[in-house]
Design a protein around this ligand. Structure first.
Ligand SMILES: Cc1cc2nc3c(=O)[nH]c(=O)nc-3n(C[C@H](O)[C@H](O)[C@H](O)COP(=O)(O)OP(=O)(O)OC[C@H]3O[C@@H](n4cnc5c(N)ncnc54)[C@H](O)[C@@H]3O)c2cc1C
Length: 415
């Protein structure tokens, strides 16, 4: 009997699941539904397009033929409104009902709006889709002054877009440094200097109280909680994601700021899996539930989900230390694992553009941030994967070249 697999979302998680299912089961029916109007593209690269540095073509990963050649039905512009887990049905806005034997939800998130006055004014951008990138590219090209809000990994993309498009930027941050949950002020200062060199000024202990608009409702600037006004005809906001679970209300699928899964990417509902940014998955390395927001992790989860969807019994486990790199500056930057989840941190500055911080929990590496020299990443990730207890030997993690032989030969926990 032919199995019918329905996948909601054609991001990297959904697409990688579709490919995995097709490879494992040539006879299966595979349908991918997406509310976007284009097939899978490289979300990581849309910032380079918005900077004006890359044309559209290399950003696309699959065209529609790719799906047709693999006998995968791709339904674009198809918005899922509900899932009936008893009837095994997916309901859509206009395209009717799809029946499934196995369902994958890989719907990611949507940028959160700032809950302040005029936050929906014209000229204020959020950044998630290729369509957003097209708007941002066009507007930043014409703008002279910019405001960026959101001191994290997506906010810095918007700051870098201002820099590349010669927009004089003010980067309004609530604390005393960029990504204060993962970096110390000393490490973040390397980033601040790089921004200043590019005419983007970090403004600390700031934020947005309200946006100001002209008579046509177009943004002209922002007033921060201190009452200071900053001019900006371009505004970029990146303060986090709302996970796309609205259509799952009442479905019985367990939700908790995302979709709860086990390590096999299985939800609590029979025959329903989830993958990618949207999952609150059982993290075997951390030893508790966690959520990732990274391309490689979403791809791996899609592949694990796909393998388990075609298997009689789910056997494949997601066991992964994710990483996220930034290439906006003259030095490389990489964060790995869960850099904000440590109960202890060790760090060291090696030069004006080289810095390292490792987050530990119960004596084990759980994540970190590397600036300038990314070479230690493989050994640090190995230690995280092995859940090796390195209590009292943290200095080994900060050696210019990490030598794992310098650690006591404590047995690693099972991989
Ligand atoms: C500008 C930018 C830069 C980034 N840079 C990096 C980077 O350098 N490194 C890194 O590791 N990660 C980066 N990321 C994050 C990375 O892109 C994500 O972690 C990854 O794309 C998540 O993939 P996903 O498949 O889980 O979700 P998504 O890519 O968000 O895909 C979900 C899809 O589901 C669709 N959908 C949602 N709801 C519905 C519905 N009801 N019906 C139908 N379809 C629906 C959405 O439209 C979307 O197409 C970046 C993200 C952005 C936006």
């Amino acid at each position: 009997m032919t199995t019918s697999h329905v996948i909601i979302g054609d991001g990297i998680a959904g697409s990688s699941a579709a490919e995995t299912i097709r490879e494992a089961d040539p006879d299966a029916d595979v349908t991918v539904l997406t509310d976007e109007g284009e097939a899978l593209y490289n979300r990581i690269l849309i910032k380079e397009f918005a900077k004006g540095k890359l044309p559209e073509a290399p950003i696309s990963i699959h065209d529609e033929d790719w799906y047709a050649e693999r006998d995968i039905d791709l339904d674009l512009n198809t918005y899922v409104t509900a899932v009936d887990t008893d009837a095994h049905e997916v309901h859509t806005h206009e395209s009717g009902v799809y029946e499934y034997d196995k369902l994958l939800v890989a719907t990611g998130g949507t940028p959160t709006q700032l809950p302040v006055e005029n936050s929906d004014a014209e000229g204020i951008h959020h950044f998630w889709t290729f369509e957003d990138a097209r708007d941002i590219q066009e507007h930043a090209d014409a703008a002279e002054t910019g405001i960026i809000v959101g001191a994290g990994l997506l906010g810095i993309d918007l700051a870098a877009i201002c820099a590349a498009q010669d927009v004089e930027g003010k980067y309004l941050m609530r604390g005393d440094c960029w990504w204060r949950y993962a970096l110390s002020e000393e490490g973040a200062e390397i980033i601040h200097d790089a921004l200043r060199e590019r005419d983007v000024e970090p403004v600390f202990q700031s934020g947005v109280d309200r946006f100001e608009v002209d008579d046509d409702g177009v943004v002209t600037g922002a007033t921060d909680p201190n009452g200071d006004f900053y001019e900006g005809d371009f505004v970029g906001v990146a303060i986090g994601l709302d996970f796309n679970t609205e259509f799952l209300r009442g479905s019985g699928i367990e939700l908790d700021d995302g979709i709860v899964t086990d390590e096999h990417m299985r939800t609590n509902a029979e025959d329903v899996y989830a993958a990618g940014d949207i999952t609150q998955f059982e993290d075997l390395i951390l030893g508790e539930r966690a959520q990732n927001g990274a391309w490689g992790s979403a791809k791996e989860q899609g592949s694990i989900a796909g393998q388990n969807m075609v298997a009689d019994e789910p056997a494949e486990e997601f066991r992964w230390v994710s990483s996220y790199s930034i290439t906006h500056f003259d030095f490389p930057f990489l964060s790995f694992g869960h850099p904000t989840l440590g109960d202890d941190f060790v760090e060291r500055k090696y030069s004006e553009t080289e810095w390292r911080r490792v987050a530990l929990r119960n004596g084990r590496v759980v994540g970190g941030v590397l600036i300038g020299d990314l070479a230690p990443q493989s050994k640090l990730k190995q230690l995280a994967r092995e859940r090796r207890d390195i209590s009292g030997q943290e200095d080994v993690l900060l050696a210019e070249t990490i030598d794992l032989d310098d650690l006591d030969a404590a047995p690693a926990e099972a991989e």
